[in-house]
Design a protein around this ligand. Structure first.
Ligand SMILES: [Zn+2]
Length: 118
């Protein structure tokens, strides 16, 4: 017989992964994709990678993390003109832009998210 012990949940044990952590984790086991969340064969854009890493099924990727809908962050603007001039309303638009337009590696996008405290 197996005895299972439980402990009260601490804040640390229930805090979800940060976006940067989820992106790094997912990038370790998947390949990058561009232009859509997933190619359906194990490749994911940055947003798809985050969603996949936190357990959102490929078929449910329209239910992505609510953090994606928070306001755009200056930390995610590259200093190259286009990111400075483009109007981004929400965080997901910047993540998609960095992935699809700049084709930044997901690890680099994770660095930028981390710098933004995300
Ligand atoms: Zn840009």
């Amino acid at each position: 017989m197996i005895e299972i012990q439980t402990r009260p949940a601490t804040e640390e044990s229930v805090t979800p992964l940060k976006l940067s952590e989820a992106l790094r984790l997912g990038a370790m086991s998947t390949e990058q994709w561009f232009g859509e969340m997933t190619d359906g064969h194990g490749r994911y854009c940055a947003m798809g990678t985050i969603s996949h890493a936190i357990g959102i099924d490929d078929g449910d990727m329209r239910y992505f993390p609510s953090t994606f809908l928070t306001p755009a962050r200056d930390e995610l603007r590259l200093d190259d003109g286009c990111c400075r001039q483009t109007l981004f309303y929400q965080l997901w638009m910047q993540i998609a832009h960095l992935n699809d337009f700049h084709r930044l590696p997901r690890e680099r996008i994770a660095d930028l998210l981390e710098e933004a405290g995300l």
